[in-house]
Design a protein around this ligand. Structure first.
Ligand code: NAI
Ligand code: MG
Length: 491
């Protein structure tokens, strides 16, 4: 008997509902016109008095001015962190340290709504994502690591875990608050102090976090948050009193940082780019897989280092999967990040939009089959329609290079050996996904994929207790879970 095919219709994807606008209210948020540097528990002006704008990428309107820290400001911040480490934080009983971290977590929960709205306004991500993913996960990281602070001897038995000193932390624009939480929470739990620099396009939630930190009564200088560009980041990395560098961002900058710390005693963790394979076998639940693929690359505008940007689909189901994907991306709503129905918000910056558009041109010039949703996009702001490149060659640049936008490449395969070989044949190794009915296939594949995280029959799922990090050009070291603690300890 012929297998009854799952139709697009029975998945409900074709239902042609038009949603009325459902914008999230942003009257309740509090934003200053101008933000100074958060050093030694106070907001202080930058020495040179320079500021730069952060804009809303969905409207291109200015949201606030933030301080541009130079080497002198970095020096003041690092010295404040060093002083707080020596005089207060490393001497404080661990259970007292934990109380502050719990307090930060609770304050963040109390102000979750304000944080979500600001995150969406400053970075362009849909409110659904910032409200349901970024902010709750950020608070959870503080809760989780607060719990470990006084249990390090149990986490690492017989190893005498000791803090490193001052951690210099540099984060990107795709998960501004969550990356700040990933970096600050384990550093504090292990008894280190912090100088953190958010990305230049998304500084606002880190500065709001500074307000919370001030409110929590955390001793002055334990966390310092300073804004600026690449030079500010480099000054943190190169400061002699910094004992640990934690970086998330591009592979290019990761390499510069690695060179800068070579020959010093500084410990480093790097979380860099990715080009994850998402693999669908013939026996997979196809509708669920299509939804997972869409979630893996299009939500959050593809601004995810572990985004499932390369789809591998087994030949027998390729036509069906591609047809369903095309139908599904036609229905995605691209637009106002503050609208609760929006699937794809604004691209984070004009620069990033130009980079994505460049790659779309490259993919077309290479002769790949091209398909783009015909959905409408706002006339102002930085937006990109969800895009597919079908029947791409393994050597194609859009397959090999990180695009960091809503662009999915599609390749087909016949055997499991073939797909493992192709999926691994890439400079990156951060994550992967596999969709199949068979547990044995999942285990076979996960043991052979050179990727730090492999999701099975789901995608982009995070938990503070599970480690995250990559192989090859995706970086080294792990964040999250016990692994995330060990990067901040001498043992
Ligand atoms: P980037 O790596 O330049 O920026 C990340 C952070 O590093 C920012 O805070 C930036 O100010 C800082 N930085 C820049 N140069 C530095 C230096 N020499 N020393 C120390 N810190 C420095 O990333 P960018 O330019 O914003 O994005 C470029 C590409 O990187 C994206 O198109 C994407 O492909 C990739 N990317 C990957 C991310 C990930 O999560 N793995 C996050 C953001 C970007
Ligand atoms: Mg911004």
């Amino acid at each position: 008997m012929a297998k009854k095919e799952n139709t697009v219709e029975d998945s409900g994807f074709l239902t042609d509902w038009k949603y009325a606008p459902a914008p999230e209210d942003n009257k309740h948020i509090r934003l200053n016109k101008k933000y100074d540097l958060f050093i030694n528990g106070k907001f202080v002006k930058p020495v040179k008095g320079k500021y730069f704008d952060t804009i809303n990428p969905a409207t291109e309107q200015k949201l606030a001015e933030v301080a541009d820290a130079d080497e002198k400001d970095v020096d003041t911040a690092v010295k404040a962190a060093k002083n707080a480490y020596d005089k207060v934080w490393k001497k404080m009983p661990a259970k007292e340290r934990a109380k502050y971290i719990f307090r930060i977590a609770r304050l963040m929960q109390e102000r979750a709504r304000e944080f979500s709205v600001i995150e969406s306004m400053d970075g362009g991500k849909p409110i659904r994502e910032s409200r349901d993913v970024d902010v709750p996960l950020a608070a959870n990281h503080f809760f989780y690591y607060a719990g470990w602070a006084d249990k390090l001897e149990y986490a690492f038995p017989n190893r005498n875990p000791q803090p490193l000193g001052v951690a210099g932390q540099i984060i990107p624009w795709n998960f501004p608050l969550l990356m700040a939480a990933w970096k600050i929470a384990p550093a504090l739990a292990t008894g280190n102090t912090v100088v953190l620099k958010p990305a230049e396009t998304t500084p606002l939630t880190a500065l709001k976090l500074a307000e919370i930190i001030q409110e929590s009564g955390l001793p002055d200088g334990v966390v310092n948050i300073i804004t600026g560009h690449g030079q500010t980041g480099a000054a943190i990395v190169n400061h002699p009193l910094v004992n640990k560098v934690a970086f998330t961002g591009s592979t290019d900058v990761g390499k510069i940082i690695q060179r800068a710390v070579a020959g010093t005693n500084k410990k480093v963790t790097l979380e860099l780019g990715g080009k994850a394979a998402n693999i669908i076998f013939e026996d997979a639940p196809i509708n669920q897989a299509v939804e997972g693929i869409v979630n893996g690359i299009f939500f959050n505008q593809g601004h995810v280092c572990c985004a499932g940007s390369r789809l591998f689909v087994q030949e027998g189901v390729a036509d069906e999967v591609i047809r369903k994907l095309k139908n599904r991306i036609e229905k995605l709503i691209v637009g106002d990040p503050l609208d609760k129905n929006t699937d794809i918000g604004a691209i984070n910056s004009k620069e990033q939009l130009l980079k994505i558009q460049d790659y779309i041109k490259i993919g077309k010039d290479e002769g790949n089959d091209f398909y783009q949703s015909s959905c409408s996009i706002p006339s102002k702001g930085f937006f990109c329609r969800p895009t597919l490149f079908i029947n791409t060659a393994q050597s194609s640049r859009v397959v090999q290079e990180e695009i960091f936008g809503p662009v999915l490449t599609i390749q087909t395969f016949r055997t499991i050996e073939e797909v493992i070989e192709k999926a691994n044949n890439i400079p990156y190794g951060l994550s992967a996904g596999v969709w199949t009915d068979k547990g044995s296939k999942i285990f076979n594949l996960t043991s052979k994929m050179r990727a730090g995280v492999v999701w099975a029959n789901t995608y982009n799922k995070f938990d503070p207790a599970s480690p995250f990090g990559g192989y090859k050009e995706s970086g080294f070291g792990r964040e999250g879970g016990l692994h995330g603690l060990s990067g901040y300890l001498n043992m």
